[in-house]
Design a protein around this ligand. Structure first.
Ligand SMILES: N[C@@H](CCC(=O)N[C@@H](CS)C(=O)NCC(=O)O)C(=O)O
Length: 204
C-alpha cells in the first residue's frame, strides 16, 4: 500500500499514528505529495479529483480516501475494533467526537490557507475569525469532556492530538495551553507514545 503524505499535514499525521499503533506501518510506503490550493497538480488529480492528501493507494489499484476512512480500513485490517469501537454507544461517541475534530481541523486549515495563499486585499477577516472560533470553541468543548481525556486510546484521541499539534505548528501564539490546561495535560500524556512523538510536524 502507498500513502500520499506530507509531514505538515495533520490528516496524514492521523493516519501515520494509527498505522504505527496498529502495527501496520511497515506495510505502507509513504509517498511525499505537495498540494497547494489555487495550484494545479494534474498527476495527483488523477489519483483523487479532490486533490487532497492523504490517500491510500492499494496494491490492486483501488484508492481509499479521507483520513478517517483510511484509519477505519487499517483498523479492519488489524482485526477491527482497535481504534474505532466495533459497536454500541462507545462507537457512536468516538465517531461523533471524531467528526467534531475533523471539522475543527478543516477550519484551522482554512485559516492557514487564508493567511498563506489568499492575497492580502482579498482576505475576509470575519470569515477567518469565524473559522478560528469554531476550532477554538471546539477545544473548549473537549477541555470540558472528561472521558475524552481518560478513555482507552482511539481515533478521536489521535485526532485531538493532531488538532493540538497543528495549533502548535501553525498558530504557535494562540495560547491554547494556557486557555485549556486539561488539554495540555492530555497532550503531554499522548506525547509519551512513540507514534505521537515521531510524527510531530517539522519546525514551522
Ligand atoms: N477530509 C480530508 C481532508 C484532507 C485535507 O484537507 N488535506 C489537506 C492537507 S492537510 C489538503 O490536501 N489540502 C489541499 C487543498 O485543500 O487543496 C481527510 O480527512 O483526509
Amino acid at each position: 500500500m502507498k500513502l500520499s503524505f506530507s509531514p505538515a499535514s495533520p490528516f496524514a499525521r492521523k493516519v501515520r499514528i494509527a498505522a504505527i499503533e496498529l502495527g501496520l506501518i511497515d506495510k505502507i510506503e509513504f509517498v511525499p505529495e505537495t498540494v497547494v490550493p489555487g495550484q494545479a497538480n494534474e498527476k495527483y488529480s488523477r489519483v483523487t479529483p479532490l486533490k487532497k492528501l492523504p490517500v491510500l493507494m492499494l496494491d490492486n489499484g483501488d484508492v481509499i480516501l479521507d483520513s478517517y476512512v483510511i484509519v477505519e480500513y487499517l483498523d479492519e485490517l488489524a482485526g477491527g475494533g482497535k481504534l474505532i469501537p466495533a459497536s454500541g454507544a462507545a462507537r457512536w461517541k468516538v465517531k461523533s467526537d471524531h467528526s467534531m475534530l475533523q471539522g475543527m481541523l478543516d477550519s484551522m486549515l482554512l485559516c492557514r490557507y487564508e493567511q498563506m495563499v489568499r492575497p492580502e486585499p482579498l482576505r475576509w477577516k470575519a470569515w477567518g475569525e469565524d473559522h478560528w472560533n469554531r476550532a477554538w470553541s471546539g477545544m473548549a468543548r473537549f477541555e470540558n469532556q472528561s472521558d475524552m481525556l481518560s478513555r482507552p486510546f482511539d481515533v478521536s484521541q489521535i485526532a485531538l492530538t493532531c488538532v493540538l499539534g497543528y495549533a502548535d505548528f501553525r498558530f504557535s501564539d494562540c495560547g491554547w495551553r494556557k486557555a485549556y490546561p486539561k488539554l495540555d495535560a492530555f497532550h503531554e500524556k499522548m506525547l509519551a507514545r512513540p507514534s505521537v512523538k515521531i510524527s510531530l510536524p517539522p519546525a514551522a
